[in-house]
Design a protein around this ligand. Structure first.
Ligand code: UD1
Ligand code: UDP
Length: 378
């Protein structure tokens, strides 16, 4: 009997928790794998919420988050702390998901230590280092240091091939977010927030760094104008705790009777809010993946997206941060049932709920071929 392979799974922020949870659970069921979960806690409260929903207790917690952390100090603290833990734990493989500072530094430290790195949600690109900032740089770095690239779609595979990544290192698996979403969305969860049943719900989230300042103020003005022009809508906006976002959101929107600002919702109530929403306005990556699968139209308040598949399907629209454009595009969906129906079709270009299973299959075949089934994962 071979020694189990030691797989170190890294989680730092809310979306990493959501997207790594199904993979961590699937790996823990594998007899050939010994799984250690390392939380950098780049996000403290938001990550804790998610891990507790999925019943995952980190084995190691670096407790990195500081209030209003700047990117250079966050990066340097992560590199030092991760290096120390990688030395202690001596994993055979490091896995991380996405494009946060946690992921970029985990890939870099794994590279310095010559530990193979697997990148989950690989190959997303806008080809613009300023949008999203700093995520496009983070995923370029992680992407060029990875041994295994688990890409959600054929488009993301093509992005990596164009950058010279070997075809044999790229595995099209779907996005693990859909695994998590389907599990959670199968149940109806209490929202915990009283909403007016006679009003159509517009759900809002925003947190991108490149939108801080005037673009975010324009978004807030657009939301106010939209609500004032449509007496039959109510806005629910769970505000991201980054002070650059929360101070402006409360300052611009806090006093409107039909704009409900709340703390970030736990994942299950947030999925419930997406299910109940008529329309979603967001700059989030994960929401662009989830909402189409739930049949909800999404207007993305960014100039570019690394997730063009749903835009091509016609169920997500890029509207930027121009006040008039946001109001016009949202009003069209609120006022024109045909335009709405065309965007509320319920397609899921990012996954079918089996991404984690496929990733485990690739790792099993690479690390422990004795355990690999004769047939490929579906
Ligand atoms: C980070 C990621 C971004 C990801 C987002 C998901 C980087 C550079 N950014 O952005 O890619 O899309 O997470 O939400 O990796 N805070 C809290 N409690 C929390 C979390 C955050 O108070 O649980 C506050 C703190 O003041 C913290 C600040 O938000 O310093 C910013 O957190 P940080 O992780 O640096 O950036 P995000 O904007 O959350
Ligand atoms: N989300 C959540 N509660 C909220 C807002 C978002 O659980 O109040 C979930 C959402 O469903 C998605 C993920 O958080 O799965 C997206 O995280 P975020 O927008 O913070 O980051 P991004 O995806 O942009 O990196």
């Amino acid at each position: 009997m071979h020694q189990p392979k030691h797989i170190l799974c890294i989680v730092g922020t809310r979306p990493e928790g959501i997207k790594m949870a199904p993979l961590i659970k699937a790996l823990k069921r594998e007899p050939w794998a010994r799984v250690t979960v390392l939380a950098t806690a780049q996000h403290r409260g938001l990550l804790d919420q998610v891990l507790s929903l999925f019943d995952i207790q980190p084995d190691v917690d670096l407790d990195i988050m500081r209030a209003n952390q700047a990117l250079p100090e966050l990066t340097s603290r992560l590199i030092t702390a991760l290096d120390q833990k990688f030395t202690e734990l001596s994993p055979d493989v490091v896995l991380a998901q996405g494009d946060t500072t946690t992921v970029m530094t985990a890939a870099l430290v794994a590279f310095y230590r010559r530990t193979p790195f697997g990148h989950v949600e690989a190959g997303l690109r806008t080809h613009d280092l300023d949008n999203p900032f700093p995520e496009e740089m983070n995923r370029l770095v992680a992407g060029h240091l990875a041994k295994w690239h688990f890409v959600p779609t054929e488009r993301s595979r093509q992005n990596l091939l164009r950058e010279g990544i070997a075809d044999t290192a790229i595995h099209v698996t779907g996005n693990t977010v859909i695994d998590a979403l389907l599990e959670v969305a199968a149940t109806d969860w209490p929202l915990g927030i009283p909403l007016d049943p006679d009003k159509r719900l517009v759900l809002v989230t925003a947190h991108r760094r490149e939108n801080f300042g005037e673009p975010f103020r324009a978004v807030c003005r657009a939301i106010r104008t939209l609500v004032d022009r449509h007496p039959d809508i109510e806005v629910l906006y769970p505000v991201h705790p980054n002070p650059n976002v929360s101070e402006a959101a409360h300052g611009f929107l806090g006093d409107h009777p039909r704009i409900r600002l709340c703390q970030p919702l736990d994942y299950a109530p947030f999925v419930e809010a997406q299910k109940r929403a008529f329309l979603i306005l967001t700059d989030s990556g994960g929401v662009q993946e989830e909402a189409p699968a739930l049949g909800k139209p999404v207007l993305v308040m960014r100039s570019e997206t690394e997730r063009p598949e749903a835009v091509d399907e016609g169920v997500v629209r890029l509207v930027g941060t121009d006040e008039a454009r946001i109001v016009a595009e949202a009003s069209r969906l609120l006022d024109d049932p045909d335009a709405y129906r065309r965007m509320a079709r319920g397609v899921s270009p990012y996954g079918d709920g089996k991404a984690s299973r496929r990733i485990v299959g690739v790792l099993r075949a690479a690390l422990c071929p004795d355990h690999a089934p004769a047939v490929r994962e579906p």
